[in-house]
Design a protein around this ligand. Sequence first.
Ligand code: NAI
Length: 680
Amino acid sequence: MPDFVHASREGSIAIVTIDHPPVNAINPLVARQIQARVAEAMADPGVAAVVLTGAGRNFIAGYDIKEFVRITSGAADADVDLGGILDRLEMSPKPLVAAIRGAALGGGLETALACHYRVAAPDAQLGQPEVKLGLIPGAGGPQRLPRLVGSQLAAKMCANGDSITGAAAKELGLVDEVADDPLAAAIALAGRASGPRRVRDMCLEPGAFAAPALPEKVLERMAARHAIAAVECAHRLTFEAGLAEEARLFRECLYSDESKALIHVFLGEREVAKVPGIPAVPAPAVKLAAIVGGGTMGVGIAMTYANAGIGVLLKETTGEALDRAMAAIRGNYDASAAKGRISKEEAGRRIARIQPVLDYERFAEAGIVVEAVFEDMDLKRAVLAEIDAAAAPDAILATNTSSLDIDRIASAVRRPERVVGHHFFSPAHVMRLLEIVRGKETAPEVIGASLALARKLGKVGVVVGNCKGFVGNRMFHCYRREAQFLVEEGAGIQDVDAALTEFGMAMGPLSVGDLAGLDIGWRIRQQHRHLEKPGVRKPLMEDRLCEMGRFGQKTGAGWYLYDATRKRTSDPQVEVLAAEVAAAAGIERRQISRDEIRDRCLLALINEGCRILEEGIAARPVDIDIIYVTGYGFPAWRGGPMKYAELSGWRRAYDRVREFESRHGELWTPAARLLELAGA
Ligand code: NAI
């Protein structure tokens, strides 16, 4: 059995070190080893006190999340019994001191709380972030933490999941000492300590429990409410009874859909980087990136690289266009500095990394070239050919196209195997998603390098296949089309948006259209009219709105009206328009419930997601989920569209799709993959 915990001696002080790379996560094995090594040391008559510490940069970063999945999926026979182990640690007969460097988070902080004294580095990180995974601390944290810092603050820490520094923890009484060398200080403290001082024996502040003031958004989540309830137990109950109630609340969270969804997203963000058939390579040592096109996207992409410490050449066609781009970049950085997100000096350094250029002269020095010119095939092919002539032989040639065929773009160069789609989302320096589009010739190592580079840029890279709209926009098209159909059939505009924001989407589908600009889709539809299949229902409303010059927020009117501050109000005229459009098209109008709105929009998304899986455009459901959570405002606590379908039942999804098919026809034909997943 591997040894993750070892003991050493310094005089009469035993030092027990957790050495479980990379971050000293605990699992049942590590926890049992901690207990065994501490118990052995305690039993040694030559030992006066014990110090518990972590090897490397952290104390304990938390409980191994994969263990939770093993339990809920039935794969692990044992349950989490960290609480029991920590109880026995706390009952140790000689002083037990935690020396904390780096992270003492989740089960790590709970372990430190079971020690009799705590010494932390000033920049150590202490917290109970379990709520971010839909869980509560379940190994005594909610009972011990309030005995040290007071119940209101303890409840707040457990409910919002934010951590505090070692220095702040000292102020609050959570740690006894701060020291730059916490191990040496802990050894000294252990030598002085007169005996065990158990947190369980400490008294809480008198009086009733006062719930912390927290934003409603936080309190909407069951885990946050349960975390507060668990801390309240410390007030109402004995320590033992509090532990029992805390364990019950923990289990309720552990088996909740919320927690399954959040854990799926947490692990999924890592899983998407491991693609079958793609080599895991280190990020290419890119010192210079060249961006062609300094419009909305080029500006954001340039900032993304500059933020990661990488130099940028930003190429435009005219001096004026370059000036505009650089002014936008300066404006964005100044705004960040004004808000205190970065210092003025840092803003200056980032701006200085971006060099405006009008030619390809220095392109041969760049490790990657990203094309972000207008969405026009001929232009993109011409630009790629120019890039081909100028770039180094081993450079990655990336295109930021949002809808064009990567293979056709790649055929304009002599090295199509180096061409890949890097589909950023607007604003590119803010949004975390990067769709990495794989053309038929793209070399696997270019995909692997793109994934590693995405991580270096602070993005979540997800590999997708080449088709119209790739994964995200292709599915979103079906979702937004359904929203329009619903309005035509009689659903209120605000009802459509509200049904989806109530579900948890960051914005409703019609508001998103207004934000992005309705004219973009309208122009594309005008160009592709000849490709439309006769007899298939088309949405009508957005074309009509565009014909009226209502392009959304930028024209002050779209589905809604907007004032100068972009505040939204509803417009009865659009409801009238919907009735007229329906009458002219012979669409029957009726009352439509929010349940139906939600199901139709989401199942349109899910059914298309199933087709995307069938076609291999996305390799796994988790890829789709991460795209939606990181790029489309899908609530993480629902797990993404595919996880949501799984948790609410594939059979239910299938039955509902069949029901819609019988009413609305071929756009609702269930995908073969949906049929398969439903076992129908
Ligand atoms: P934009 O119209 O804001 O910017 C395009 C820029 O390219 C203009 O500044 C233009 O002067 C410049 N340009 C044109 N030809 C050039 C050349 N030969 N050399 C250098 N610069 C040249 O367009 P936007 O929105 O930035 O889109 C760029 C690309 O990104 C398009 O392919 C678009 O489909 C894609 N995209 C756009 C998203 C968005 O939300 N706007 C999201 C994701 C991708």
